[in-house]
Ligand binder design. Structure first.
Ligand SMILES: C[S@@+](CC[C@H](N)C(=O)[O-])C[C@H]1O[C@@H](n2cnc3c(N)ncnc32)[C@H](O)[C@@H]1O
Length: 231
């Protein structure tokens, strides 16, 4: 696992300086996700793979009085995030911690209570064990809490060569669109699973939001066998 953090540091060592400027145009659906969060004052949200804290800072602006937490495995990204949070005057509302998505628990942030909301914004496509990360985040929510994600789709609306070229380019940055999740969700939602699924034009991106549910429901969606002993 340690090597994944080193890899992320290597990828973002230089990119972090122009990350927000460039990603503005191709990380589609992030602002839509933020608008849909519907957080009340006093509630808490954690972003898993928070990067430069661009989303957390926007969430703080949209939802006054919320307590926000960011987890990231890249120390260099977190350095940039800390600077941005300080610059925005939000150090008292946004707490950033270094750690792995797969090991998320509220205690990492010194919190005793679970979160009201967990967010994955273009991080699932970089988290090797994304299925465990989803399960762990689901478990870290209060009953009635909500999980939100947005990430790349299957690009099928871009044509065969467009999709192939984009996938190849993303792979250079160790980004792997989780198309198996998209297909499972399309099946599960058609089959009545509670949750909202949005697919962008040309199937470039998709977003899913779902209330905290049983671990079994997650295992089913992701097509993974359920780990023994889960509640
Ligand atoms: C593409 S960036 C997205 C950043 C931000 N969420 C956004 O929407 O702009 C993906 C982030 O996920 C982080 N990441 C990748 N694997 C991770 C893991 N296993 N645990 C925690 N963070 C991880 C990376 O370091 C990077 O900052």
């Amino acid at each position: 696992m340690h090597s994944h953090g080193v890899l992320m540091d290597r990828i973002y060592r230089r990119q972090r300086y122009f990350y927000d400027l460039t990603r503005k145009y191709y990380l589609v659906g992030r602002d839509r996700l933020i608008r849909d969060l519907d957080l009340r004052p006093g509630s808490s949200a954690v972003e898993v793979g928070c990067g430069t804290a661009r989303n957390l800072i926007a969430i703080a602006g949209h939802y006054p009085g919320t307590r926000l937490f960011g987890l990231d495995v890249s120390l260099t990204m977190l350095e940039t995030a800390r600077r941005a949070v300080e610059h925005a005057g939000l150090s008292d509302r946004i707490l950033l911690v270094h750690g792995y998505a797969e090991a998320l628990v509220p205690e990492l942030f010194g919190e005793k209570l679970p979160f009201d909301c967990a967010i994955f914004s273009y991080s699932l496509s970089m988290i090797p064990d994304w299925c465990s990360a989803l399960e762990v985040a689901n478990r870290a929510l209060v009953p009635g809490g909500r999980l939100h994600m947005v990430d790349f789709g299957d690009f099928s609306g871009l044509g065969r060569f467009g999709a192939l070229a984009l996938r190849r380019w993303l792979r250079m940055f160790h980004v792997e669109p989780r198309t198996e999740l998209l297909y499972a969700l399309e099946g599960a939602i058609a089959g009545g699973l509670v949750g909202d699924l949005w697919v962008s034009p040309r199937r470039y991106a998709f977003a899913w939001s779902v209330p905290r549910c049983s671990t079994r429901a997650f295992a089913n969606v992701a097509g993974q066998p359920q780990a023994a002993g889960n509640p």
